[in-house]
Design a protein around this ligand. Structure first.
Ligand code: GLP
Length: 242
């Protein structure tokens, strides 16, 4: 695991975007694993700047999202598919038909989860997975206690995560769905490269476990210690317990 602690002058998103740009220059049809939440926003903004400047094209890149809320209406602004469309697809030349996410409105959820795993396999697997981390150490929506061998499935969100995400639902924790579909921990671990960005003091404990803790399903991100190609990009606040 490479751990990069950035200075005030450095932008964690730029460092992650550098790795993505290098990959896409090598392979214009690369498969990116896409995360939501606030952590990847600086990456997406940097990618958008490069596309606008003409130094990068994502037109043939394929994308697979990490997770999705269950039951949010198709036009809900916080449905993760809509968030990715707004924060990344609309700001770059990504082809929306090449971006996929778990179907949180599927009637047959186990079948939809299995189909999603198949779609990732059919694309040849994820070349580079972008990750954030929850304050409880979750990756994707794999909450503490998630099986380290899990694949895409339905999960119940913890109260903590629903409270953390209430800020996207006008502060109303009851408006945050109780369930989600998420790539499993084994799905995430199958990515050939992983770039995790964490910023802010609230992430310091999770980052401490991620980098220095014992591998445990109670801190799901610790499994990344077993992955051969992980880069963790931190600011000084999130790194303050290392
Ligand atoms: C969310 C997402 C995760 C994200 C995490 C942290 O619930 N499902 O993919 O990494 O929580 O979010 P943020 O980056 O906004 O702190």
């Amino acid at each position: 695991m490479d751990v990069i602690i950035t200075t005030e002058q450095e932008n964690p998103g730029r460092i992650a975007a550098d790795a993505i740009a290098r990959l896409v220059h090598r392979n214009p049809e690369a498969v990116l694993g896409l995360a939501t939440g606030s952590s990847p926003l600086s990456i997406y903004a940097d990618l958008a700047d490069r596309v606008a400047a003409g130094t990068l094209s994502l037109a043939r890149v394929r994308g697979f999202m990490l997770d999705e809320y269950v039951g949010l209406p198709a036009d809900h602004p916080q449905r993760y598919r809509n968030v990715i469309d707004r924060d990344l697809v609309a700001c770059t030349d990504l082809d929306p038909t090449l971006v996929h996410g778990p179907d949180g409105l599927a009637e047959d959820i186990p079948a939809a989860c299995a189909a999603y795993e198949d779609a990732i396999d059919d694309a040849g697997g994820v070349d580079l997975q972008i990750l954030g981390i929850g304050v409880d150490g979750h990756i994707g929506f794999n909450e503490p206690g998630s099986s380290l061998g899990s694949r895409t499935r339905i999960k119940t969100l913890t109260r903590q995560t629903r409270q953390d995400n209430a800020r996207f639902f006008d502060g109303d924790v009851d408006a945050v769905p109780q369930h989600c579909l998420t790539q499993g921990i084994a799905t995430i671990m199958a990515a050939r490269r992983i770039v995790l960005v964490a910023t802010g003091q609230a992430k310091a404990e999770a980052v401490h476990h991620l980098v220095e803790g014992s591998i445990s399903a109670m801190w799901p991100a610790t499994v990344l210690q077993m992955h051969p190609a992980v880069t963790v990009i931190l600011d000084s606040a999130s790194a303050s317990r290392l």
